[in-house]
Design a protein. Structure first.
Length: 456
């Protein structure tokens, strides 16, 4: 009964309505990527320089704000000029010079600025058929192939009337007070992801869209055997970031799948578990690279075999933009819809000790204390920044760990997921595939899932 109650609560949480951040009507919450009229409008049209300033301030892009203050036209060329950042050719072989470090930093904040601008145009495109939309675009902007082209077209000169964005007479809705971080820090610090490893990334971080989603599913076959399967997987945490460049995120994570066949006892998936732990994450910037270090001690209860495990995972993640983007998004303008992509890579180590090895000799014999080390590589491709395509996120990772000691000499795990996010929502539909051995329990599995997902 406890297992079913756990799954029911997880599904109820996943199915809870998400906050609507669209600007479709005066009574709706505004889209965070669209400014208020009084911040950018002059004489009925958007002032380009004021919009550029709002985009940088709204995304907290302080480095870009400082950079564009050094020249009269930089406020717009940061969005359009591929040579805005001077990258010396020598950086391809040596990134440790002061010039290369400065170039890497420049590329990073320029990408962040472009991301904010494409998000703005994506929001306008989403509202193109809304009679209550607060802004209307010129025909040239509307017919541009993608949001990247819209940004280039709009900011190619400083004339506000050229490729204009008009401010309508529709009143902009008031900002949502319930989710103002200064007024509601409790809700703002809650995080919901598919894996506890992703809880260190805040929703304001551009990498948030590349993190996994918690998922709930239900299936029934009533033709012959009357089989019902209920499942839920995810991680829920609460972030504390009072220490500079450091986050502390207590969390609970779970995977539960229970199958009921009419007239028979329920059957637990061998991968079922509930875990609780704390993620500690700290980062430093050095030599043009952001170095992130995290450690995640947790207590895991294998609800299928009754095994109990104390384990800790340490992860090192480097982020950089030169000579290629690693753990950092880059827009691919040469592809249809100008999607964003990220190469992911980290080094990791897992240590575990069992307080209870399981309820059968076969399980207990393989549940031995362990130390494993290895790496995880993968990629993320998302279309969230493009108004010409639906909002999809594709995440794929391959994890390989070598067993320094313990029963298993090596573990491999392949995971991939494709999520469609409902417009102006934290909810979506996720299809996922997992094949290999679980990183914590080493249980082998091959799992297909399709279900409602939440990402917050």
């Amino acid at each position: 009964m406890l297992r079913f109650l756990t799954i029911f609560l997880c599904l109820a949480f996943l199915a809870a309505p998400a906050v609507n951040t669209s600007a479709h009507a005066a009574t709706s919450d505004p889209n965070p990527n669209v400014p208020q009229h009084d911040l950018v409008c002059a004489n009925g049209i958007v002032a380009k320089r004021q919009l550029a300033t709002w985009l940088l301030v709204n995304n907290k892009n302080t480095d870009a704000i400082l950079a564009v203050s050094r020249g009269p036209d930089l406020w717009r060329t940061i969005f359009t000029d591929p040579n805005f950042c001077h990258v010396p050719p020598s950086c391809a072989t040596n990134q440790n010079t002061d010039a290369c470090k400065a170039a890497a930093k420049c590329v990073s904040y320029q990408n962040q600025a472009i991301y904010g601008a494409t998000s703005f145009f994506s929001a306008l495109d989403d509202e193109i058929t809304d009679p209550h939309r607060p802004y209307t675009e010129s025909s040239n902007l509307k017919s541009a192939p993608n949001t990247g082209d819209q940004v280039s077209l709009y900011f190619r000169d400083s004339n506000d009337a050229e490729n204009r964005i008009s401010c309508t007479k529709e009143p902009m809705p008031a900002p949502p007070q319930a989710f103002d971080p200064t007024k509601d820090p409790v809700l703002s610090n809650i995080r919901v992801r598919g894996l506890s490893d992703d809880l260190n990334i805040d929703r304001s971080d551009p990498r948030f869209k590349g993190t996994t989603s918690a998922t709930g599913s239900y299936s029934a076959n009533t033709v012959a055997t009357h089989t019902f399967t209920t499942g839920a997987t995810g991680a829920i945490g609460y972030a504390f970031d009072t220490v500079p460049q450091t986050q502390i995120v207590p969390y609970v994570s779970f995977y539960q799948s229970v199958t009921n066949i009419q007239g028979k006892a329920s059957s637990d998936d061998p991968n079922n578990y509930v875990a609780a732990g704390i993620l500690f994450q700290h980062y430093v910037d050095y030599e043009g690279v952001t170095h992130e270090f995290s450690i995640k001690p947790q207590y895991l209860n294998d609800t299928a075999t009754e095994a109990r495990l104390f384990n800790a995972r340490a992860i090192y993640t480097p982020s950089m933009n030169i000579p290629f983007n690693l753990n950092s998004f880059r827009q691919l303008n040469f592809l249809p819809g100008s999607p964003w992509a990220e190469i992911t890579f980290n080094l990791r180590s897992d240590t575990g000790a069992y307080s209870n090895r399981g309820n059968t000799p076969a399980v207990a014999s393989v549940n031995q204390d362990f130390e494993r080390a290895g790496t995880q590589i993968g990629f993320v491709l998302l279309t969230d920044a493009s108004g010409s395509l639906p909002s999809f996120t594709w995440i794929t990772t391959e994890t390989y760990l070598y067993g320094i000691y313990g029963f298993y000499r090596h573990l491999e795990l392949f995971q991939t997921s494709l999520t469609y996010t409902f417009p102006n929502s934290y909810l979506g539909l996720t299809a996922s595939y997992k094949h290999g051995s679980d990183e914590d329990t080493a249980v082998a599995s091959q799992i297909y899932t399709l279900g409602l997902s939440a990402h917050y």
